[in-house]
Design a protein around this ligand. Sequence first.
Ligand code: BGC
Length: 760
Amino acid sequence: MTDIADLTLEEKASLTSGASFWYTKAIDRVGVPSLMVTDGPHGLRKQREGGDHLGLGDSVPATCFPPAVGLGSSWDVELVERVGQALGVETSIENVAVLLGPGINIKRSPLCGRNFEYVSEDPIVSGVIGAALVKGIQSQGVGTSLKHFAANNQEHDRMRASSDVDARPLREIYLRGFQRVVEDAQPWTIMCSYNRINGTYASEDPWLLTQVLRDEWGFEGLVVSDWGAVNERVPGLKAGMDLEMPSSNGVTDAQIVAAVNDGSLEERYVDIAAGRALDLVRKAQAGAGKVEGPLDVDAHHALAREAAGRSIVLLKNDDAVLPLDASASIAVIGEFAEKPRYQGAGSSMINPTRLDSALDGIKDAATGTVTYAKGFSLAVTAATDEELAALRDEAVAAASAADVAVVFLGLPARLESEGYDRTDIDLPAEQLELLDAVVAANSRTVVVLSNGSVVALPFADKVPAILEAWLLGQAGGTATADVLFGAVNPSGKLTETVPLRLEDSPAYLDFPGDFSHVRYGEGLFVGYRWYDSRRFEVAYPFGHGLSYTTFAYGDATAAVAASGDIEVRVTVTNTGERDGREVVQVYTSLPTSQVQRPVRELKAFASVALAAGESREVVLTVRRKDLAYWDIRIDGWVVEGGEYVVDVAASSRDLRSSTAVAVTGDEVVLPLSRTSSLGEVFAHPVAGPIIQAAMAEMMGAMNGASSVMPEGVDMMEMMGSFPLGRIGMMAGLAGGDAAAGSSDEMIDGLIAAANAPQQA
Ligand code: BGC
């Protein structure tokens, strides 16, 4: 294919924006084809003609796999990669070059309207699951677009709001997952977000798009704007924003040409962006036709069902109410059973190849009587009180006559969507009233939830069993029946904490911000990092999820491997009578840390299949780089040395075995200055011994000033935060102006000696 050198300035500029809503530009003269890129992420949304932003247009049927909120809850890398492969297959068959996903933004607040499209409140889970999706999709010769880069954690005011976030949380929480996906899976493209970060639009931030993404992480692909995210095109291009989408109708291409011609933009920036566009074309051409159609609709539906079954989280199961006995009489209650809510609203809406309802799934699996009552109405026009009472009465009658009631509750579609956030985490009042009435009639009541982000569960103590079924894609209905009857043993775990009250959540006081600024006031303490460090009671903790079997954990061991990574070993036994899967989690903490840290942080996990009675040693790797914190003094990652506590756990609050491992830290030698504290000077390899001797002498000269101190008070510790540049003042107190002057010289000499390059 053609090279950048063959193109005119105008042609190169033309490659930096789209031809239309979903297509890049062709250059026929030199045989550069146009590429189609399209949503995503949990299925292919290829619109038949024209294009719109909101998912309104008709798109070709495609398998609707569970959205990230569901799939992520599987914590199952192998499964997620297989789903990725299937997504890649569908993308390839439809001649689409890039599937616009996955989305891995952190769920900072349960209120974010788009949480259903994101994986977790934790960056390791988000990064590992995101990388598996990218690998799977790209294995089929098509590209991905990792989004929305970065710190896009709310929908409110999303095209202007500045996420005002400190360096540590930005690096350790909001960017860490993106870094992992870039480093491990090299997505073909990354999509910059609409919002600003600390005042600068993501689409024109050279720090984000070039320094961090390329220079630090080694990103080799192309940066595409979110649809309409470009603010000023020329600064954006310079910052590293390669491709503007959708089309600007040539307006911004002309701006770029004009800027080169008037000397305000160096042509090399255009070359770089156009070169990346050509690279993308090369990759797409190399991968094109890798998969031949037609689509095996049945096989992909079966995979969607398997994935949905693994995404369901069994929150509670008292007295083994579940799995249901197939011969029991069952009252199925709640309109979601009949009309599944299986994906969220907005640009990610897939036109499914088929759609299973839980009601049909239950009827197929049951051998006893199944009755159905709507219970409430999902219609947009609110039902009258009389209508609701009638629906409730019908449901109560069904529940009273049955052995068990299965009540489907959830968030109506209008309550969570791309483009706006929720204002509370409550289920609609009529649903809660219905549930109360049903439970009063039949205490063997199972609740199944359909929601894209957490909801408060005020009924958690009143019902014996709860399934968190999230949004599960097109096969979620049958998958729910699979779990209800035990054909599938549930193994999903929460990737986000279920709080008792919205008011307890970390971002509560800083969401969604004022006047286009949202302060990330909770800092590092996002999700369980907050609830666990504050020791708040929660409804269900991060990482929680039950099974129809039970697992016992042996004693864990942890050792540092030659690579510097920590290898954690633990034997897990399926102690029950059913085959099952357990998601084993590893958390670390450093009690002696010199920096602020959450009480524990997830560092590794594994989903392990164990037959009834089977024992297996599970080996998990905590990467050394994941132990690092972002050190604002050196603007870099630092692994602190010390004895790390390693907890092997079934949730962030269900620690099964604890061990410790000594880790050698990175050496951080900071340049000394007059504002360095004496503590820092004491710890300095060169300056430390010199200053300690000088201080001892000075203390002597001060004639035993320490003797007036109460016994046990350590003068050195007391002086630890005293700035080096000010000790002249003390020397002056002890020995007059001359002493002060000479100690000033001594300080300058000390700083020079400390900062001089060390001999090898
Ligand atoms: C969304 C993206 C999506 C794009 C194209 C934007 O509004 O934020 O996630 O890929 O539209 O539909």
